[in-house]
Design a protein around this ligand. Structure first.
Ligand code: FAD
Length: 434
Protein backbone atom coordinates (compact mmCIF):
# COMPACT_ATOMS: atom_id res chain seq x y z
CA UNK A 1 0.00 0.00 0.00
CA UNK A 2 1.43 3.40 -0.95
CA UNK A 3 1.81 6.33 1.43
CA UNK A 4 -1.04 8.10 -0.33
CA UNK A 5 -3.55 5.34 0.36
CA UNK A 6 -2.41 4.89 3.99
CA UNK A 7 -3.58 8.42 4.90
CA UNK A 8 -7.30 8.67 5.78
CA UNK A 9 -9.07 10.73 3.12
CA UNK A 10 -12.03 13.09 3.54
CA UNK A 11 -15.18 11.31 2.36
CA UNK A 12 -17.24 12.22 -0.66
CA UNK A 13 -20.93 12.61 0.00
CA UNK A 14 -23.11 11.32 -2.89
CA UNK A 15 -25.97 13.52 -1.60
CA UNK A 16 -23.90 16.52 -2.76
CA UNK A 17 -24.80 15.67 -6.36
CA UNK A 18 -28.59 15.96 -6.51
CA UNK A 19 -28.51 16.79 -10.24
CA UNK A 20 -26.95 13.48 -11.21
CA UNK A 21 -29.10 10.65 -12.51
CA UNK A 22 -28.92 6.92 -11.79
CA UNK A 23 -25.63 5.25 -12.70
CA UNK A 24 -23.73 8.51 -12.90
CA UNK A 25 -22.02 8.03 -9.56
CA UNK A 26 -20.78 4.64 -8.40
CA UNK A 27 -18.15 3.38 -5.96
CA UNK A 28 -14.64 2.92 -7.39
CA UNK A 29 -13.56 -0.61 -8.25
CA UNK A 30 -10.18 -2.31 -8.56
CA UNK A 31 -10.10 -1.75 -12.31
CA UNK A 32 -10.47 2.02 -11.74
CA UNK A 33 -7.21 2.03 -9.74
CA UNK A 34 -4.18 4.10 -10.66
CA UNK A 35 -0.92 2.72 -9.25
CA UNK A 36 -2.88 0.59 -6.80
CA UNK A 37 -5.06 3.47 -5.50
CA UNK A 38 -8.79 2.79 -5.90
CA UNK A 39 -10.90 6.00 -6.04
CA UNK A 40 -13.82 6.44 -3.68
CA UNK A 41 -16.13 7.15 -6.61
CA UNK A 42 -16.39 7.19 -10.37
CA UNK A 43 -18.53 10.03 -11.70
CA UNK A 44 -19.67 10.04 -15.31
CA UNK A 45 -20.28 13.62 -16.38
CA UNK A 46 -23.08 13.99 -18.93
CA UNK A 47 -22.84 17.76 -19.22
CA UNK A 48 -20.43 20.53 -18.27
CA UNK A 49 -22.50 21.36 -15.18
CA UNK A 50 -21.57 17.92 -13.78
CA UNK A 51 -17.87 18.69 -14.24
CA UNK A 52 -18.32 22.00 -12.40
CA UNK A 53 -20.33 20.33 -9.59
CA UNK A 54 -17.64 17.66 -9.17
CA UNK A 55 -14.84 20.22 -8.94
CA UNK A 56 -16.80 22.37 -6.48
CA UNK A 57 -17.49 19.37 -4.24
CA UNK A 58 -13.86 18.30 -4.46
CA UNK A 59 -12.65 21.80 -3.55
CA UNK A 60 -15.01 22.02 -0.59
CA UNK A 61 -14.03 18.59 0.79
CA UNK A 62 -10.35 18.66 -0.31
CA UNK A 63 -10.76 15.67 -2.59
CA UNK A 64 -8.59 14.81 -5.60
CA UNK A 65 -10.08 14.41 -9.08
CA UNK A 66 -8.48 12.62 -12.03
CA UNK A 67 -10.29 13.16 -15.36
CA UNK A 68 -10.43 10.21 -17.69
CA UNK A 69 -11.32 9.60 -21.30
CA UNK A 70 -10.90 6.09 -22.68
CA UNK A 71 -8.56 5.35 -19.78
CA UNK A 72 -5.91 4.03 -22.16
CA UNK A 73 -3.20 6.31 -20.81
CA UNK A 74 -4.00 6.67 -17.12
CA UNK A 75 -0.97 4.59 -16.23
CA UNK A 76 1.29 7.48 -17.30
CA UNK A 77 2.31 9.83 -14.50
CA UNK A 78 3.84 9.73 -11.06
CA UNK A 79 2.00 7.88 -8.27
CA UNK A 80 -0.85 10.28 -7.34
CA UNK A 81 -0.67 12.01 -3.95
CA UNK A 82 -4.38 11.34 -3.72
CA UNK A 83 -7.10 9.95 -5.99
CA UNK A 84 -10.66 10.21 -4.72
CA UNK A 85 -12.79 10.73 -7.82
CA UNK A 86 -12.33 9.45 -11.33
CA UNK A 87 -14.28 11.84 -13.54
CA UNK A 88 -15.20 10.08 -16.76
CA UNK A 89 -15.69 12.40 -19.71
CA UNK A 90 -16.75 9.77 -22.25
CA UNK A 91 -20.46 10.68 -22.05
CA UNK A 92 -19.67 14.27 -23.08
CA UNK A 93 -18.89 13.07 -26.58
CA UNK A 94 -20.83 14.86 -29.30
CA UNK A 95 -19.44 16.19 -32.53
CA UNK A 96 -20.59 19.82 -32.34
CA UNK A 97 -19.74 21.25 -35.75
CA UNK A 98 -17.87 20.09 -38.84
CA UNK A 99 -16.62 22.82 -41.14
CA UNK A 100 -15.09 21.11 -44.17
CA UNK A 101 -14.64 24.42 -46.03
CA UNK A 102 -12.64 25.90 -43.16
CA UNK A 103 -10.94 22.54 -42.46
CA UNK A 104 -11.96 22.55 -38.80
CA UNK A 105 -14.05 20.41 -36.49
CA UNK A 106 -15.46 21.22 -33.05
CA UNK A 107 -16.24 18.31 -30.75
CA UNK A 108 -16.76 17.52 -27.11
CA UNK A 109 -13.80 16.05 -25.24
CA UNK A 110 -15.18 12.54 -24.73
CA UNK A 111 -15.66 11.60 -28.39
CA UNK A 112 -13.42 8.73 -29.47
CA UNK A 113 -10.86 9.32 -32.20
CA UNK A 114 -12.31 6.54 -34.37
CA UNK A 115 -15.83 8.00 -34.22
CA UNK A 116 -14.55 11.43 -35.13
CA UNK A 117 -12.49 9.99 -38.00
CA UNK A 118 -15.51 8.10 -39.38
CA UNK A 119 -17.57 11.26 -39.37
CA UNK A 120 -14.83 13.39 -40.96
CA UNK A 121 -14.20 10.73 -43.62
CA UNK A 122 -17.71 11.31 -44.98
CA UNK A 123 -16.51 14.82 -45.88
CA UNK A 124 -13.24 13.50 -47.32
CA UNK A 125 -11.30 14.75 -44.28
CA UNK A 126 -9.46 13.45 -41.25
CA UNK A 127 -7.67 14.45 -38.10
CA UNK A 128 -3.97 13.82 -38.76
CA UNK A 129 -3.51 12.02 -35.44
CA UNK A 130 -2.81 8.28 -35.22
CA UNK A 131 -3.08 7.56 -31.51
CA UNK A 132 -3.19 3.98 -30.27
CA UNK A 133 -6.53 2.32 -29.55
CA UNK A 134 -8.51 4.82 -31.60
CA UNK A 135 -11.81 3.18 -30.67
CA UNK A 136 -11.28 4.07 -26.99
CA UNK A 137 -8.88 7.01 -26.93
CA UNK A 138 -10.86 10.25 -26.51
CA UNK A 139 -9.98 13.57 -28.12
CA UNK A 140 -9.78 15.15 -24.65
CA UNK A 141 -7.32 12.48 -23.46
CA UNK A 142 -5.27 12.69 -26.64
CA UNK A 143 -4.94 16.48 -26.36
CA UNK A 144 -4.35 16.36 -22.58
CA UNK A 145 -1.59 13.82 -23.19
CA UNK A 146 -0.44 15.52 -26.43
CA UNK A 147 -0.12 11.97 -27.69
CA UNK A 148 0.03 10.70 -31.23
CA UNK A 149 1.78 8.11 -33.37
CA UNK A 150 4.07 8.34 -36.38
CA UNK A 151 1.99 10.95 -38.23
CA UNK A 152 3.55 13.53 -35.92
CA UNK A 153 6.41 13.55 -38.46
CA UNK A 154 4.24 14.98 -41.22
CA UNK A 155 1.57 16.86 -39.30
CA UNK A 156 2.94 17.79 -35.86
CA UNK A 157 1.55 17.05 -32.44
CA UNK A 158 -2.08 17.39 -31.29
CA UNK A 159 -0.92 20.67 -29.72
CA UNK A 160 -0.25 21.98 -33.24
CA UNK A 161 -3.71 20.95 -34.46
CA UNK A 162 -5.81 22.42 -31.64
CA UNK A 163 -7.25 25.84 -32.47
CA UNK A 164 -9.56 26.33 -29.54
CA UNK A 165 -10.55 24.74 -26.26
CA UNK A 166 -13.15 25.09 -23.55
CA UNK A 167 -12.15 23.78 -20.15
CA UNK A 168 -13.10 23.85 -16.48
CA UNK A 169 -10.19 24.69 -14.19
CA UNK A 170 -9.50 23.54 -10.64
CA UNK A 171 -11.71 26.35 -9.27
CA UNK A 172 -14.72 25.29 -11.38
CA UNK A 173 -14.30 28.30 -13.73
CA UNK A 174 -15.00 27.90 -17.42
CA UNK A 175 -12.13 28.96 -19.65
CA UNK A 176 -12.62 29.55 -23.36
CA UNK A 177 -9.34 29.77 -25.25
CA UNK A 178 -8.62 30.21 -28.95
CA UNK A 179 -11.51 29.92 -31.37
CA UNK A 180 -13.30 27.89 -33.99
CA UNK A 181 -11.47 29.34 -36.98
CA UNK A 182 -7.87 29.01 -38.04
CA UNK A 183 -7.22 32.77 -38.12
CA UNK A 184 -8.38 33.38 -34.54
CA UNK A 185 -5.25 33.41 -32.41
CA UNK A 186 -6.56 35.02 -29.20
CA UNK A 187 -6.00 32.63 -26.32
CA UNK A 188 -3.90 30.39 -28.52
CA UNK A 189 -1.10 30.04 -25.97
CA UNK A 190 -3.56 28.84 -23.36
CA UNK A 191 -4.67 26.14 -25.79
CA UNK A 192 -1.05 25.09 -26.20
CA UNK A 193 -0.64 25.07 -22.43
CA UNK A 194 -3.58 22.70 -21.93
CA UNK A 195 -2.26 20.32 -24.59
CA UNK A 196 0.11 18.05 -22.69
CA UNK A 197 -0.99 19.18 -19.23
CA UNK A 198 -2.14 15.64 -18.36
CA UNK A 199 -5.34 16.61 -16.59
CA UNK A 200 -3.47 18.75 -14.06
CA UNK A 201 -4.55 22.28 -15.03
CA UNK A 202 -8.11 22.03 -16.32
CA UNK A 203 -10.64 19.51 -17.59
CA UNK A 204 -11.13 19.90 -21.32
CA UNK A 205 -14.78 19.86 -22.33
CA UNK A 206 -14.75 21.00 -25.96
CA UNK A 207 -12.07 21.30 -28.62
CA UNK A 208 -11.76 22.81 -32.08
CA UNK A 209 -9.15 21.14 -34.25
CA UNK A 210 -7.69 21.66 -37.68
CA UNK A 211 -8.51 18.88 -40.16
CA UNK A 212 -6.67 17.66 -43.26
CA UNK A 213 -7.98 16.19 -46.51
CA UNK A 214 -7.96 12.40 -46.72
CA UNK A 215 -5.10 11.53 -49.07
CA UNK A 216 -6.12 10.26 -52.51
CA UNK A 217 -3.36 7.64 -52.38
CA UNK A 218 -1.04 6.23 -49.72
CA UNK A 219 1.65 3.62 -49.21
CA UNK A 220 3.41 2.16 -46.19
CA UNK A 221 6.85 0.82 -47.14
CA UNK A 222 8.68 -1.57 -44.82
CA UNK A 223 12.47 -2.05 -45.12
CA UNK A 224 14.51 -4.57 -43.13
CA UNK A 225 18.13 -4.21 -42.06
CA UNK A 226 20.41 -6.61 -40.22
CA UNK A 227 22.20 -3.87 -38.28
CA UNK A 228 21.47 -0.63 -36.46
CA UNK A 229 24.07 1.21 -38.54
CA UNK A 230 22.30 0.29 -41.79
CA UNK A 231 19.01 1.59 -40.37
CA UNK A 232 20.74 4.77 -39.22
CA UNK A 233 22.32 5.33 -42.64
CA UNK A 234 18.86 5.05 -44.25
CA UNK A 235 17.43 7.45 -41.62
CA UNK A 236 20.15 9.97 -42.31
CA UNK A 237 19.61 9.88 -46.11
CA UNK A 238 15.85 10.29 -45.68
CA UNK A 239 16.34 13.17 -43.21
CA UNK A 240 18.45 15.06 -45.75
CA UNK A 241 16.04 14.54 -48.68
CA UNK A 242 13.47 17.04 -49.95
CA UNK A 243 10.53 14.67 -49.48
CA UNK A 244 7.22 15.20 -47.78
CA UNK A 245 6.82 11.99 -45.79
CA UNK A 246 3.97 11.47 -43.32
CA UNK A 247 5.85 9.14 -40.96
CA UNK A 248 9.32 7.63 -40.53
CA UNK A 249 8.99 5.06 -37.78
CA UNK A 250 11.12 2.10 -36.80
CA UNK A 251 10.90 -1.07 -34.80
CA UNK A 252 13.39 -3.74 -33.78
CA UNK A 253 12.48 -7.38 -33.72
CA UNK A 254 14.45 -8.62 -30.72
CA UNK A 255 12.85 -12.06 -30.79
CA UNK A 256 15.30 -13.04 -33.58
CA UNK A 257 18.79 -14.26 -32.58
CA UNK A 258 20.12 -11.53 -34.90
CA UNK A 259 17.64 -8.67 -34.36
CA UNK A 260 16.10 -7.18 -37.49
CA UNK A 261 16.05 -3.35 -37.60
CA UNK A 262 12.91 -2.31 -39.45
CA UNK A 263 12.17 1.04 -41.08
CA UNK A 264 8.53 1.94 -41.80
CA UNK A 265 7.90 4.90 -44.11
CA UNK A 266 4.45 6.36 -44.72
CA UNK A 267 3.84 8.27 -47.96
CA UNK A 268 0.56 10.07 -48.71
CA UNK A 269 -0.67 12.38 -51.46
CA UNK A 270 -1.89 12.07 -55.03
CA UNK A 271 -1.22 8.82 -56.98
CA UNK A 272 1.60 10.61 -58.75
CA UNK A 273 3.19 11.99 -55.56
CA UNK A 274 3.04 8.63 -53.81
CA UNK A 275 4.59 6.99 -56.89
CA UNK A 276 7.56 9.29 -57.28
CA UNK A 277 8.18 9.67 -53.55
CA UNK A 278 8.09 5.87 -53.15
CA UNK A 279 10.72 5.53 -55.89
CA UNK A 280 12.82 8.25 -54.26
CA UNK A 281 12.61 6.55 -50.84
CA UNK A 282 13.72 3.19 -52.34
CA UNK A 283 16.62 4.90 -54.12
CA UNK A 284 17.74 6.62 -50.90
CA UNK A 285 17.36 3.49 -48.81
CA UNK A 286 19.15 1.48 -51.50
CA UNK A 287 16.70 -1.40 -51.77
CA UNK A 288 13.14 -2.44 -52.51
CA UNK A 289 10.74 -2.74 -49.55
CA UNK A 290 10.31 -6.13 -47.87
CA UNK A 291 6.62 -5.29 -47.58
CA UNK A 292 4.24 -2.62 -48.84
CA UNK A 293 0.64 -1.85 -47.89
CA UNK A 294 -1.96 0.84 -48.32
CA UNK A 295 -3.02 0.80 -44.64
CA UNK A 296 -1.18 2.51 -41.82
CA UNK A 297 -0.70 1.61 -38.21
CA UNK A 298 2.24 3.13 -36.42
CA UNK A 299 4.57 0.33 -35.26
CA UNK A 300 5.43 2.60 -32.32
CA UNK A 301 2.32 1.50 -30.42
CA UNK A 302 4.23 -1.22 -28.60
CA UNK A 303 2.64 -0.97 -25.15
CA UNK A 304 0.14 -3.81 -24.83
CA UNK A 305 -1.40 -2.61 -21.57
CA UNK A 306 0.81 -4.64 -19.22
CA UNK A 307 4.42 -4.69 -18.08
CA UNK A 308 6.83 -1.77 -18.23
CA UNK A 309 7.16 0.93 -20.87
CA UNK A 310 9.90 3.51 -21.06
CA UNK A 311 10.07 6.35 -23.57
CA UNK A 312 13.44 7.82 -24.44
CA UNK A 313 14.17 11.04 -26.32
CA UNK A 314 17.38 11.92 -28.13
CA UNK A 315 18.42 14.05 -31.09
CA UNK A 316 17.11 12.35 -34.26
CA UNK A 317 20.68 11.68 -35.44
CA UNK A 318 21.44 9.89 -32.13
CA UNK A 319 18.29 7.85 -31.58
CA UNK A 320 19.36 4.65 -33.37
CA UNK A 321 22.71 4.67 -31.51
CA UNK A 322 20.85 5.18 -28.23
CA UNK A 323 18.61 2.19 -28.96
CA UNK A 324 21.65 0.05 -29.81
CA UNK A 325 23.37 1.10 -26.54
CA UNK A 326 20.26 0.39 -24.46
CA UNK A 327 19.95 -3.04 -26.11
CA UNK A 328 23.59 -3.80 -25.28
CA UNK A 329 23.16 -2.73 -21.63
CA UNK A 330 19.95 -4.71 -21.39
CA UNK A 331 21.64 -7.83 -22.78
CA UNK A 332 24.41 -7.53 -20.19
CA UNK A 333 21.95 -7.22 -17.32
CA UNK A 334 21.25 -10.27 -15.23
CA UNK A 335 17.54 -9.68 -15.75
CA UNK A 336 17.68 -10.47 -19.44
CA UNK A 337 19.81 -13.57 -19.00
CA UNK A 338 17.91 -15.78 -16.60
CA UNK A 339 14.33 -14.73 -17.30
CA UNK A 340 11.89 -14.96 -20.17
CA UNK A 341 11.51 -11.20 -20.50
CA UNK A 342 11.76 -9.79 -24.00
CA UNK A 343 11.65 -6.12 -24.94
CA UNK A 344 9.74 -4.66 -27.86
CA UNK A 345 11.27 -1.49 -29.24
CA UNK A 346 9.82 1.04 -31.64
CA UNK A 347 9.66 4.75 -32.20
CA UNK A 348 9.67 7.81 -34.38
CA UNK A 349 13.00 8.43 -36.15
CA UNK A 350 12.29 12.01 -37.23
CA UNK A 351 11.34 13.03 -33.67
CA UNK A 352 14.15 11.08 -31.95
CA UNK A 353 11.81 9.01 -29.82
CA UNK A 354 12.07 5.33 -28.88
CA UNK A 355 9.76 3.27 -26.71
CA UNK A 356 11.01 0.17 -24.89
CA UNK A 357 8.28 -2.13 -23.76
CA UNK A 358 8.97 -5.03 -21.47
CA UNK A 359 6.23 -7.60 -21.59
CA UNK A 360 5.90 -11.17 -20.51
CA UNK A 361 8.11 -11.00 -17.41
CA UNK A 362 7.13 -13.70 -14.94
CA UNK A 363 5.77 -12.58 -11.55
CA UNK A 364 8.76 -12.19 -9.24
CA UNK A 365 11.06 -11.48 -12.18
CA UNK A 366 9.04 -8.45 -13.20
CA UNK A 367 10.53 -5.90 -10.82
CA UNK A 368 14.12 -6.96 -11.46
CA UNK A 369 13.60 -6.87 -15.21
CA UNK A 370 11.78 -3.51 -15.03
CA UNK A 371 14.51 -2.02 -12.83
CA UNK A 372 17.15 -3.25 -15.31
CA UNK A 373 15.31 -1.55 -18.20
CA UNK A 374 14.97 1.66 -16.18
CA UNK A 375 18.70 1.61 -15.40
CA UNK A 376 19.60 0.93 -19.03
CA UNK A 377 17.59 3.96 -20.22
CA UNK A 378 18.85 6.51 -17.66
CA UNK A 379 19.23 10.14 -18.79
CA UNK A 380 22.81 11.09 -19.62
CA UNK A 381 25.15 11.02 -22.61
CA UNK A 382 23.00 11.03 -25.73
CA UNK A 383 19.79 10.29 -23.80
CA UNK A 384 18.15 13.71 -23.34
CA UNK A 385 14.92 12.65 -21.72
CA UNK A 386 13.27 9.58 -20.29
CA UNK A 387 9.69 9.02 -19.18
CA UNK A 388 8.78 5.84 -17.32
CA UNK A 389 5.33 5.51 -18.85
CA UNK A 390 4.29 2.24 -17.30
CA UNK A 391 5.87 0.38 -14.37
CA UNK A 392 4.88 -1.42 -11.18
CA UNK A 393 3.77 1.23 -8.62
CA UNK A 394 6.54 0.36 -6.18
CA UNK A 395 9.13 1.10 -8.86
CA UNK A 396 7.39 4.29 -9.98
CA UNK A 397 7.58 5.53 -6.40
CA UNK A 398 11.38 5.02 -6.43
CA UNK A 399 12.11 6.95 -9.62
CA UNK A 400 11.27 10.36 -11.00
CA UNK A 401 9.01 9.02 -13.76
CA UNK A 402 9.15 12.23 -15.83
CA UNK A 403 12.89 12.66 -15.35
CA UNK A 404 14.57 15.64 -13.68
CA UNK A 405 12.27 18.73 -13.54
CA UNK A 406 13.07 21.27 -16.29
CA UNK A 407 14.53 24.73 -15.61
CA UNK A 408 11.02 26.14 -16.07
CA UNK A 409 9.63 24.23 -13.07
CA UNK A 410 9.15 27.48 -11.07
CA UNK A 411 6.95 28.86 -13.86
CA UNK A 412 5.08 25.54 -14.09
CA UNK A 413 4.32 25.70 -10.35
CA UNK A 414 3.03 29.27 -10.71
CA UNK A 415 0.75 28.19 -13.59
CA UNK A 416 -0.56 25.25 -11.56
CA UNK A 417 -1.34 27.60 -8.63
CA UNK A 418 -3.19 29.94 -11.00
CA UNK A 419 -5.48 27.25 -12.43
CA UNK A 420 -5.69 24.80 -9.56
CA UNK A 421 -4.73 26.55 -6.30
CA UNK A 422 -6.28 23.85 -4.09
CA UNK A 423 -4.51 20.97 -5.86
CA UNK A 424 -7.75 19.29 -6.86
CA UNK A 425 -6.70 18.09 -10.32
CA UNK A 426 -4.49 14.98 -10.60
CA UNK A 427 -2.25 16.00 -7.64
CA UNK A 428 1.30 14.71 -7.74
CA UNK A 429 1.02 13.04 -11.13
CA UNK A 430 2.90 15.55 -13.27
CA UNK A 431 6.51 16.71 -13.64
CA UNK A 432 8.17 17.77 -10.38
CA UNK A 433 5.31 16.37 -8.28
CA UNK A 434 2.83 18.97 -9.56
C1 FAD B 1 -0.96 0.63 -25.90
C2 FAD B 1 -0.75 2.11 -26.12
C3 FAD B 1 0.28 2.54 -26.92
C4 FAD B 1 0.44 3.90 -27.18
N1 FAD B 1 1.44 4.27 -27.99
C5 FAD B 1 1.62 5.57 -28.24
C6 FAD B 1 2.68 5.97 -29.08
O1 FAD B 1 3.43 5.16 -29.62
N2 FAD B 1 2.89 7.27 -29.29
C7 FAD B 1 2.10 8.18 -28.70
O2 FAD B 1 2.34 9.35 -28.88
N3 FAD B 1 1.03 7.84 -27.92
C8 FAD B 1 0.78 6.56 -27.67
N4 FAD B 1 -0.25 6.18 -26.87
C9 FAD B 1 -1.15 7.23 -26.34
C10 FAD B 1 -2.51 7.51 -27.00
O3 FAD B 1 -2.88 6.77 -28.07
C11 FAD B 1 -3.60 7.46 -25.90
O4 FAD B 1 -4.37 6.30 -26.00
C12 FAD B 1 -4.50 8.68 -25.84
O5 FAD B 1 -3.73 9.84 -26.01
C13 FAD B 1 -5.19 8.83 -24.49
O6 FAD B 1 -6.60 8.95 -24.66
P1 FAD B 1 -7.61 8.48 -23.50
O7 FAD B 1 -8.96 9.01 -23.86
O8 FAD B 1 -7.53 7.00 -23.28
O9 FAD B 1 -7.08 9.30 -22.25
P2 FAD B 1 -6.90 8.84 -20.75
O10 FAD B 1 -5.91 7.73 -20.64
O11 FAD B 1 -8.22 8.62 -20.12
O12 FAD B 1 -6.27 10.16 -20.17
C14 FAD B 1 -4.94 10.59 -20.56
C15 FAD B 1 -4.55 11.79 -19.68
O13 FAD B 1 -5.39 12.89 -19.97
C16 FAD B 1 -6.19 13.25 -18.82
N5 FAD B 1 -7.53 13.52 -19.36
C17 FAD B 1 -8.41 12.66 -19.96
N6 FAD B 1 -9.51 13.31 -20.39
C18 FAD B 1 -9.31 14.62 -20.08
C19 FAD B 1 -10.06 15.80 -20.28
N7 FAD B 1 -11.26 15.82 -20.89
N8 FAD B 1 -9.55 16.98 -19.82
C20 FAD B 1 -8.34 17.03 -19.19
N9 FAD B 1 -7.57 15.93 -18.98
C21 FAD B 1 -8.05 14.75 -19.42
C22 FAD B 1 -6.12 12.07 -17.88
O14 FAD B 1 -6.24 12.45 -16.52
C23 FAD B 1 -4.72 11.52 -18.18
O15 FAD B 1 -3.73 12.23 -17.49
C24 FAD B 1 -0.43 4.84 -26.59
C25 FAD B 1 -1.45 4.38 -25.76
C26 FAD B 1 -1.60 3.03 -25.52
C27 FAD B 1 -2.69 2.53 -24.63
Amino acid sequence: MSAASAVARPRLDPASFPSMGPGQLRPGRDNDAIDGLVPQAVITARETAHVVATIEEARAKKLAVVPSGGGTLLHVGAVPRAYDIRLSMTAIGNIVEENPEDMTVTCQAGVSLSRLQRSLAKQGQRLAIDAAREDRASIGGIVAANATGGLRHGFGLPRDLVLGATAIDGCGREIVAGGRVVKNVAGYDLVRLFAGSWGGLAILTELTLRTHPLPAAAATLVFEFVSASELDAARSRLAGAQLSLSAIDFTVDTTEAMPLWILVVRIEGTEEEVGWQGDAVCALVGRQPADAAEEWESPAHVDDGHGTSVRVAAAPQDIVGVVRDVCAKWKQSAASQGGQAAIRIAGHLGAGIARFHLAGAEAGEADTASAALITATAVGGLVRGRVIERAPAQLKALYDVWGPPPASIGLMRAIKRRFDPDDVLSPGRYVGGL
